[in-house]
Design a protein around this ligand. Structure first.
Ligand code: 0RA
Length: 656
């Protein structure tokens, strides 16, 4: 042991197991035993969560003003380095623990912010478990700290230090570099997706104006021979976020309303703008976490918005023409907004722990919105009038939609309230056991009907392209035949007296809704249209994890009597290699262009049978990004549409 090592860590000799270090081992052992309790899951989501967890520490350092650059580097072996130019994790001896503070941070659960009481720790991943968790779940981790003129290093294996913290060199910089390799015995798949990490960095840049976030992928090179990389930096924060979200939408007013305040010690930032679409796109964050389930900050925003606009509209006399009441969601039609609050001790509730519970936040946001919005309306009378007119139109459309909906429901009741004629239902009635395939085209629908297991699988053929709901008004949607069929078949209803878009899933008839389309460009377009429809009108169904995409094979490979399927070009080549006795010529490949090219038995075997099939679960991981993509996808460009399906359908072999 060198002199320096002794100085850094005098207490710990080899094999000297103090009671404390045994406790530490137990702590990290618990993480390895039940990783999902700490990082959500051990699939793609959990894998990427490791990176977020490390970045969050650097963001915290930036939020207290000591760090302005954060780089994320994906290395060739899928290990990742997160480096920042902050003060560096303290390396002096932690008096209570009697070892380097760095070691404590890296090996003790929840030790993250212990050393700096003044630090206002606001970020923190969904689970906020700290970097020691990442350490426990990494086969290898290296922490390198530039601080006090020295470079300090410690390496770990599954969370255990290999050696004491040591000085390896001198430096005139400060910062923390964490490199880790996720443990392949914990994670099913250890390949990082550039797009997923880049999307999170983009989001973090908008949420934290002034921090430069860079991603570098050493696995991929661009045309110039440089590593693939992107840099995200936002000067104006959420204002630019809203601009990005709406870059393909037509704006209703010129200005983005941008509010940055501190209310009762709660930092509140909001940006909002109306556009000419009919959808509501409000994204809310607490401590940089996307609160998909909303909560008190969102309630406060809605209340403040509705009250302020309604007051203005009443005072200006615009409402007098209206023969019925305006409801809350009329004020949000065509509104894109991002709300970000920082809460010192957030309480997260709800199914996925993404719903803010702190009651004090509601009033803080409510007041922030109403104060700033009142001023905006006074100062911008033209825009104010445009917005209020839009609200009135929304109220009229909602009225028309209700009539259309009631008409549909009445017709349904007259015809016995039955299921759509095109639905081939299953015999099982327990929704947790049943699934429905939404199949492109009547002919593929017919094949699916023959191939299915009628006990638990229902088939609903959809004719051609369903309505592009992104561009349609609400009442048109309720009048669309295919969409009506989906609602009736699923047994869900939409719209109540006071919320025209509320989804009632109590009578949902299937817990798996599976979109099955051709594996070609048209097919993916149709799948996207159907997903957009669910995203806009049945988001709760996606959040509940009920929406899936079927994956029909791309190839049938035949050789003599041998027959097998391939789902990708790579897999096809792999099989050919395996079968190869050198000659590819007696090998027959059939490229499936559509579901129609398979017979019923083949379709069952490859795509419908839970024993063999692969279903992709549709998730709304990053609703803001999804929203941006959906609005962009509805243009005429095909490639981004394809990409969406690849990026947003999480690979999940849920039947395995
Ligand atoms: C606690 C105290 C101090 C810095 C940090 C934590 C810190 C942690 C991380 C994790 C990644 N990057 C980081 N940068 C800083 C500083 C205490 C001081 O210097 O007075």
């Amino acid at each position: 042991m060198s002199e320096i090592e002794k100085k850094v860590n005098p207490s710990e000799g080899n094999g000297n197991y103090s009671a404390q270090s045994i406790q530490v081992l137990e702590g990290l052992e618990a993480v390895r035993k039940r990783p999902s309790m700490y990082i959500g899951d051990t699939n793609e989501k959990g894998l990427h969560h490791l990176v977020y967890e490390v970045i969050d520490n650097s963001i915290d350092e930036a939020l207290v003003g000591y760090c302005s650059n954060i780089d994320v580097v994906i290395h060739e072996d899928n290990s990742v380095t997160v480096r920042d130019d902050g003060r560096g994790i303290p390396t002096e001896i932690h008096t209570k623990e009697n070892r380097s503070a760095l070691e404590v941070v890296m090996t003790v659960l929840h030790a993250g912010g212990k050393f700096d009481k003044d630090s206002y720790k606001v970020s923190g991943g969904l689970h906020g478990v700290g970097v020691s968790c990442v350490n426990a779940l990494s086969s290898y981790l290296k922490a390198e700290v530039h601080r006090d003129g020295k470079v300090w290093v410690q390496e770990y294996s599954i969370g255990k230090p290999k050696e004491n913290v040591k000085i390896v060199g001198e430096t005139n910089l400060t910062g923390t570099y964490i490199t880790f390799k996720p443990d392949a015995t914990i994670f099913q798949n250890t390949v990082y997706k550039y797009e997923i990490l880049a999307a999170r960095l983009r989001e973090l840049a908008y949420l934290n104006a002034g921090i430069r976030l860079t991603i570098i992928d050493e696995r991929q090179k661009d045309e110039n021979g440089e590593f693939k990389s992107d840099e995200f930096y936002s000067e104006e924060g959420l204002k630019e976020f809203v601009n990005y979200l709406d870059d393909t939408r037509v704006k209703l007013t010129q200005e983005i309303i941008h509010i940055v305040t501190d209310k009762n010690d709660i930092p509140v930032e909001i940006a909002m703008q109306y556009n000419t679409t009919f959808s509501e796109n409000i994204h809310s964050y607490v401590n940089n976490i996307n609160t998909i389930e909303g909560g008190t900050h969102l309630t406060g925003f809605r209340r403040g918005l509705t009250r302020t606009l309604k007051n203005y509209a009443e005072n200006s006399g615009i409402l007098s023409k209206l023969k019925f009441d305006i409801s809350g969601d009329d004020f949000r039609e065509g509104l894109t907004a991002v709300i970000s609050v920082k809460v010192a001790e957030p309480q997260f509730e709800g199914q996925t722990k993404t719903k803010l519970g702190n009651s004090e936040v509601s009033l803080a946001v409510d007041q922030s919105v109403s104060e700033a919005l009142s001023i905006y309306l006074e100062e911008n009378p033209r825009s104010a009038r445009i917005i209020v007119n839009k609200v009135v139109l929304a109220a009229q459309a909602r009225h028309a939609a209700r009539k259309a909906r009631e008409m549909v429901q009445r017709k349904n009741a007259l015809s016995g309230g039955g299921l759509p004629g095109k639905l081939s239902d299953c015999s099982e009635k327990d929704p947790s056991l049943t699934e429905v395939f939404l199949v492109e085209g009547d002919s593929a629908g017919g094949t699916a009907k023959q191939g299915r297991d009628r006990k638990f699988q229902a088939i609903l053929p959809l004719r051609g392209k369903i309505l592009n709901v992104e561009k349609a008004m609400l009442h048109k949607i309720f009048e669309n035949e295919e969409i009506k069929n989906i609602f009736t078949a699923l047994g869900v209803t939409i719209g109540t007296e006071d919320d025209s878009k509320a989804l009632n899933m109590e009578k949902l008839r299937y817990h798996k809704v599976i979109i099955m389309t051709d594996a070609d460009v048209d097919g993916s377009h149709i799948a996207t249209l159907i997903m957009t429809f669910f995203f806009r009108y049945m988001q709760d169904l996606i959040k509940a994890g009920y929406l899936y995409i079927a994956a029909p094979p791309l190839f049938l490979l035949k050789k003599g009597k041998k027959e097998t399927y391939a789902w990708s070009e790579q897999q096809r080549r792999h099989i050919i290699d395996e079968w190869a006795d050198g000659i590819e010529s007696n090998l027959h490949t059939q490229r499936y262009k559509g579901l129609g090219e398979m017979n019923a038995e083949q379709l069952w075997h490859t795509t419908m049978n839970p024993e063999n099939r692969t279903l992709q679960q549709v998730t709304i991981e990053n609703a803001a990004e999804a929203d941006h993509i959906f609005s962009m996808l509805m243009g005429d460009d095909v490639p981004p549409r394809r990409k969406f399906i690849e990026d947003h359908a999480t690979y999940a072999n849920i039947d395995a």
